[in-house]
Structure formats: structure tokens, C-alpha cells
Design a protein around this ligand. Structure first.
Ligand SMILES: O=C(O)CCC(=O)C(=O)O
Length: 393
């Protein structure tokens, strides 16, 4: 084969810089659309503690909302410090037992190891059967700059156990009030995961819808798979942030492979908007909204504390799914109660740290508050390994 034929047969893999440049026009179009929809603002509650009806309506119309300035600078600083510490104490690779300083890694004694890795700029889930096969199309995986490590931390679990500030965040009164308005006063937790998109290295999350349980349920509706918050610890940009396709939460199961094929095989799906935030902003994304994020070929870090909530009736009696599918657990009332107790303990942990802030009253634990104070004994009983009781659907 002559040299020309060889170069036609094997196109050069995309470099990090070429990937970044190739995103520019798509990012600009997404920002224009996001500005037109303008689905953002402060987290406003009514006098009786409901999420403002205008925000509820906007959320149900578009399948997402950006709450601006929810987390104050002091709390962001505490969260950054704890997340940074968690990152520093990660094992140096998926099989390693020590961190970069040679110390025993955090979480070796947790029931579920709290770290997941990706190849730099890789797509660990797209086009695989992992997580119920919900990421059907693989994203492009540019080649990182020289000197990149073999693996990078992609996800960190167990923030309520590993990060004191993470537990306090979980008890945030306004975020819980909004969860109550969307999912009802008996709302229940889902799980939590910290997405880490390191500059020039962070992997992509292929387009997907989160929910896997209720697509064929005769009682299916646009809220049946709940929603996720993402608390942003750093300003986000179109290059590193989460993207959503507004309105897709209403349309049932999306044919994502078909959408990519109809787009000429390009992952730059039309009609998507970037959720660009400042530090301390919080996004709320319906778990049925088509969403994803691209390889972080940009120079900016993103750390997003992600935690979700469901209607109780969406999880009661359901079988474990997604990252805990292999447990084959059924979510009975006891499991729901045990996992929901994390919310009540978080409320008290927050109240102890911020006594001047009105505490949220979580209806399922009304009258049980004394049993779920934040103490060392309760930490061991409720918080340690709490994520073995996640309620993924
Ligand atoms: O933040 C990201 O990049 C992905 C988040 C996501 O897919 C999710 O929360 O389900």
C-alpha cells in the first residue's frame, strides 16, 4: 500500500486541541438557544415553602432549571476543600490501594469503593451495555496532550460519608423544599455522585436518559423517574458543562442511536443547550431529559455534586437498577426508610453548623427527629455505607 492509501485508510485520531476547536460553533449555537429559553433564576419559594409556581411550570415545560446563587461562598469553599481532599486521597488507579502521596487511599473500608476512573478524555459508558445499556452511542474520544496519566478520577461516591460539608449540603432547606414540591411531601432520595471533569483530561458522559424502570409503565408520566440536582463548585463553561435537550422528558424513551445517526453520526445533537453556571449555582434536571457531556478538552475544571430525588411511589416495590442492579434488591418500605434517614441526619448536621438557618421539616421523619440527630452513634448507624441502600430506578 502506498503512503497516500495508508493515510486514507487510517485517519488521524482527533487531538485534544482539534476537539476543542471543533466544538466552538456548536457551543455558540447552544448558548444562543439557552439564552432564548432563559430557564434560570434564584430559587424562589412561596410563603408556605413551595417552589414558586412559575419555576415549577418552567421546569415541567423544559425538563430542567438552573437555580442561581443557591450555595453561598462560605459553603462553596467548604465543599471545594472536602472534594479536593477526596480527590487527593483517591487511589492512583483503578486497582491501586494508595493515593498519589503513598497513603492508604480513602474508602478502602467502604462497602462500595467510592471512586470510578476513565481514560483521559475517554467515554467509559457510551456504546456499552453498562448501566442497563442506557448510553447507546459512543462519544468521540480525543487524544490527550502528551504526559497525560493513564487513568483519571471520573466519579466519586459517598459524599455524605466522606465529606462533612457534603452531608450538610444534603440537608439544604431550599433544595429539599424544591424536591418536596416536585416529588411530593413523602419524596425519597435516589443516589449521589460527584462528576469530576479535570482540565484537558475529563471523560465524556454519552447522551442518555437516566431512568430505566418505568418506560413501559401504564402510569408513565414526565416525572416518574425523578430528577437530579447538580451543585457546581466552579464556574462551568459550554466546553465542560452538562448539556440537555429541552422538552425530551415528555416524549418517552428516546432513540438516541437514531438521533446520532440522523445527525450524520455526530454527537453534536441539535437543539441541545449547555447548563452554564457560576460556582454555587444548582441545576435541576429531569432524569428523563436527554443529557450528556463532552470530553473536557478545555482548560477548566468542573466538579458537580450530583444527587437526586424521587416520588416514593416510583421506587416502592421496584427492583434495584443501574450501578446496583447486580444486588437484585427490591426496594421495600424498610429500605426506603433507611435510605431516607440520611436526609433527616443531614438536616440535623446542617442545623448544628448553621443554627440561624431555618431547618427543613422532612415529613416522613416528623416526630422522629430525636432518633436521627447527627451524633457519632447515628453516623455509624445511618451514614456509614448508606449508599448500599441507594434507590436507583
Ligand atoms: O455531569 C455530567 O457530566 C453527567 C451527569 C449525568 O449524566 C447525570 O447526572 O445523570
Amino acid at each position: 500500500m502506498n503512503q497516500l492509501a495508508a493515510s486514507v485508510a487510517a485517519p488521524q485520531p482527533l487531538s485534544r486541541a482539534a476537539h476543542a476547536a471543533g466544538m466552538a460553533a456548536y457551543q455558540a449555537a447552544g448558548e444562543t438557544l439557552a439564552a432564548e429559553i432563559n430557564n434560570r433564576g434564584p430559587l424562589r419559594l412561596t410563603a408556605d415553602g413551595q417552589l414558586h409556581p412559575d419555576i415549577q411550570a418552567a421546569y415541567w415545560t423544559h425538563g430542567y432549571y438552573i437555580f442561581e446563587g443557591v450555595i453561598d461562598a462560605e459553603e462553596v469553599a467548604a465543599l471545594r476543600a472536602d472534594a479536593g481532599e477526596m480527590l487527593a486521597r483517591a487511589p492512583v488507579g483503578p486497582e491501586a490501594k494508595v493515593d498519589a502521596q503513598g497513603r492508604p487511599a480513602l474508602g478502602l473500608d467502604y462497602a462500595r469503593l467510592p471512586y470510578r476512573f476513565s481514560k483521559p478524555l475517554g467515554d467509559p459508558w457510551g456504546g456499552t451495555q453498562l448501566l442497563n445499556g442506557r448510553h447507546p452511542a459512543q462519544m468521540s474520544q480525543p487524544v490527550p496532550d502528551a504526559g497525560a496519566p493513564e487513568h483519571v478520577v471520573f466519579l466519586m461516591y459517598a459524599m455524605c460519608q466522606a465529606m462533612p460539608s457534603g452531608l450538610r449540603l444534603y440537608g439544604h432547606p431550599k433544595l429539599l423544599a424544591a424536591a418536596q414540591s416536585i416529588n411530593g411531601p413523602d419524596f425519597v432520595p435516589f443516589n449521589d455522585a460527584i462528576f469530576v471533569k479535570q482540565p484537558g483530561l475529563g471523560g465524556s458522559v454519552a447522551w442518555h436518559q437516566d431512568g430505566v424502570t418505568h418506560w413501559n409503565n401504564p402510569a408513565w408520566d414526565e416525572g416518574i423517574h425523578g430528577f437530579n440536582y447538580q451543585v457546581q463548585l466552579y464556574p462551568t463553561t459550554p466546553a465542560n458543562c452538562l448539556w440537555v435537550i429541552p422538552g425530551t422528558h415528555k416524549r418517552g424513551k428516546a432513540d438516541i442511536k437514531g438521533m446520532v445517526a440522523a445527525n450524520g453520526g455526530s454527537e453534536q445533537l441539535p437543539g441541545a443547550v449547555p447548563l452554564v453556571c457560576k460556582a454555587g449555582d444548582v441545576t435541576m434536571v429531569n432524569r428523563q431529559t436527554v443529557h450528556g457531556s463532552f470530553a473536557n478538552s478545555s482548560p477548566d475544571i468542573r466538579i458537580s455534586l450530583t444527587f437526586g430525588f424521587h416520588r416514593r411511589r416510583s421506587v416502592l416495590g421496584q427492583r434495584a437498577a443501574l450501578s446496583i442492579a447486580d444486588t437484585n434488591a427490591i426496594y421495600d418500605a424498610q429500605r426506603i426508610f433507611d435510605r431516607s434517614a440520611v436526609i433527616q441526619v443531614a438536616i440535623d448536621a446542617r442545623h448544628q453548623a448553621r443554627p440561624e438557618e431555618p431547618a427543613f421539616r422532612y415529613q416522613p421523619f416528623a416526630g422522629l427527629e430525636e432518633e436521627f440527630r447527627y451524633t457519632p452513634e447515628v453516623f455509624d448507624r445511618v451514614i456509614r455505607d448508606y449508599n448500599t441502600k441507594d434507590l436507583a430506578i
